[in-house]
Design a protein around this ligand. Structure first.
Ligand code: PA5
Length: 428
């Protein structure tokens, strides 16, 4: 992984801010690792790539038994209990996985991340026709959206298979001993995995929360964890060239210089949910006490024909962080056309990746000229290892960045406000 930064308008103010932040990082790094900062009861994610290794065999075994008996696997969860699995599965899967006739592994379907009645009804229609199992994931075990989805799907599963068989088809991933879900799991005898006490939801993708659904989808979770371990070694280095230090310092220096929106940019639709995961990670971690960058995302080149106009010429509030992928897993080239009716002769025999890369380069130049600073994070290709690296990179950078900003990156007090109103309106 490589990180690069370009700014058309580097001035003394930006440079001073960047250098000040970088100078603070050795201390911030120690505060994070020594557990002396805010939210230090939620730092279990730091050593997770090492500690989770003991559980991998058991997770793989459960995944295999699910693969053997199910055509679909429903993952019930919201926020950090859903986005990590969704992001990784989409990034690694065939873009048309659901339609693929040679698909080997269960289709992973998500529930409990929305209260949409139509979504649930459509899901139930599909599940009427498929053999399925489900995992209900909630660290607190009390979150309303997944609890509602579980009540509906448990009843569907029991009608379809009978109570005894339904119990064998439900897995609960929750707190070690607290919460309604834990009590239900004990009462019903569900297979259970624990979300460690010291790992918050949005940092939990490398626990069974993310790893079980990813393994059921047929991906090699050992390689994901190995990738995370490799990145862990890299970002542990106390050095100015540490990419997590650089990313944390650049984005905070830009924030101090009026760039209040960070856009995560990808050029591949199957990274859309990786951006969603990143948005939750940084948005919930930093957006508090009237502080924090607003994390947003675009999927290019699609969005160059919509938000591209704003990015080029609208209010100068943003910078972009592009995930550059050097190699694609497939090759499609522009075919010959003797008459050149479409005027695309200059592209003949060029691959789509070549063209996509030129679009990326051209966009970055244009946006730079439009005073949109550019961070580029480059990886060779998308696979289990590189996804593991990216996950750990962003988690570590998020911890550092939150401390630089002066907030507790590991809580989310603001999420309670909507719940209070909703419960009052529902007469709870
Ligand atoms: O990052 C977080 O802690 C949150 O986004 C949670 O993951 C989300 O609210 C779901 O919580 P729970 O897993 O307790 O149902």
């Amino acid at each position: 992984m490589n990180i690069e930064f370009k700014h058309s308008n580097i001035n003394r103010r930006f440079n001073n801010a960047y250098n000040d932040l970088l100078n603070r990082l050795p201390q911030i790094h120690d505060i994070l690792l020594d557990g002396k900062g805010f939210g230090n009861d939620l730092l279990g994610w730091i050593d997770l790539p090492l500690n989770i290794k003991d559980q991998i065999a058991d997770i793989k075994q459960t995944a295999t038994s699910i693969q053997q008996k199910c055509e679909a696997f429903v993952v019930i969860g919201i926020g950090g209990s859903y986005l990590g699995a969704k992001a990784v599965i989409e990034a690694l899967s065939n873009n048309f996985n659901a339609l693929h006739k040679d698909r080997q592994y269960p289709l992973i379907l998500f529930a409990g991340q929305t209260l949409s009645e139509d979504y649930m009804a459509d899901l139930l229609d599909i599940l009427d026709q498929k053999d399925y199992c489900l995992a209900v994931i909630s660290k607190s075990g009390t979150t309303t959206e997944p609890a509602i989805a579980l009540r509906i799907l448990k009843s569907h599963l029991e009608k379809k298979y009978g109570k005894e068989e339904a119990r064998q088809r439900i897995i609960a991933i929750t707190d070690r001993d607290k919460g309604v879900l834990k009590s239900l799991a004990i009462r019903e005898g569900y297979k259970t995995y624990t979300v460690p006490d010291d790992v918050g939801g949005r940092f939990s993708v490398l626990t069974p929360v993310g790893l079980l659904p990813i393994a059921v989808a047929g991906f090699d979770i050992s390689s994901i964890v190995n990738g995370a371990c490799r990145m862990r070694d890299e970002v542990m280095q106390k050095h100015d060239s540490n990419p997590a230090w650089q990313y944390a310092a650049i984005r905070n220096a830009l924030l101090e210089n009026g760039k209040v929106i960070e856009l995560m940019v990808n050029y591949k639709p199957n990274l859309t949910y990786f951006s969603e995961w990143w948005k939750q990670l940084f948005g919930e971690s930093e957006g508090k006490e009237n502080k924090g960058l607003f994390p947003a995302s675009v999927n290019n080149t699609t969005d160059l024909h919509s938000l591209g106009q704003y990015i080029q010429e609208g209010m100068r509030l943003m910078f972009e962080t592009t995930i550059h992928i050097e190699h694609s897993r497939s090759r499609v080239v522009i075919p010959q056309n003797a008459n050149d009716e479409d005027g695309l002769q200059y592209l003949q025999d060029k691959s789509l990746t070549y063209i996509n890369h030129r679009a990326e380069e051209g966009t970055q130049q244009a946006h730079l000229e439009g005073d949109v600073p550019q961070i580029t994070i480059s990886i060779d290709k998308i696979n289990e290892e590189s996804i593991g690296e990216l996950i750990y990179f962003f988690e570590f950078a998020c911890g550092l960045s939150g401390y630089l900003l002066g907030v507790n990156p590991f809580n989310q007090p603001g999420v309670e406000a909507y719940k209070r109103n909703m419960f009052r309106l529902l007469g709870k």
